[in-house]
Design a protein around this ligand. Sequence first.
Ligand code: ATP
Length: 253
Amino acid sequence: MSQAVLQVENLTKRYGEVVAVNGVSFEVMRGEIFGILGPNGAGKTTTLEMIETLRPIDAGRVVLDGIDVTAHPQRVKKIIGVQLQASSFFDKLRLTELLSLFGELYGRRVGPLQLLDEVELREKAQAFVNELSGGQKQRFSIAAALVNDPVILFLDEPTTGLDPQARRHLWGVIKRIRSEGKTIVLTTHYMEEAEELCDRVAIMDKGKIIANAPPQTLIQQLLLNGFRKERVERLANLEDVFLSLTGHSLREE
Ligand code: ATP
């Protein structure tokens, strides 16, 4: 029986008249990849930021690895990994130096090269962040989120803006991190990504969770309800053309 490492109960956030997050409840099991999907403005980022202690919770409760987030935000900060935007890193330090510095902030001595291996960036160890491609920056920001060996890794739209090869590369990295025992919570606007990566997804709309199940279960439910695509599935699409012409290997390195 899997064990819940994150419990979210009736989580609520209001901004004036807007109820950005409206009584959201869900659990994340240890070792799974859990996706939060939903249209722009659904409340995904606000939900994540309340869990991550970055925004005050108006109502409801979050318990992370047995710790109440409102009562013990500092304890929670120590055991979570939050992927920051690459633009927020100092640009005067090399990748290894940045990772050592982040480790020190947690009072930890980290192995920068091991962390770079984890995200397949060892060959860029001596580079500066502004010398990295978009995909490399995203992978580096995941390495930075792993310095404290977190219980849960939070990724907010990790592949937005990446080309198809870089996106697939990042999927491989995320799957490997999970296979090493980490729990991952991510948001995405790419349904293919959610299907490929997530063990379960919660679909949010207007501040509420309207579905929560494994992707295949949701697809089966839709089919059982009689849904059929009007058009016959194409055997190839433009992404297939793009990948076939430019190759599956990465251009960035
Ligand atoms: P996206 O997919 O576009 O990132 P999201 O699902 O992450 O969207 P949120 O960013 O959580 O959505 O926003 C949820 C709602 O809360 C939106 O209506 C947004 O305008 C509102 N909102 C978010 N942050 C604030 C804020 N600081 N002040 C006022 N309203 C806010």
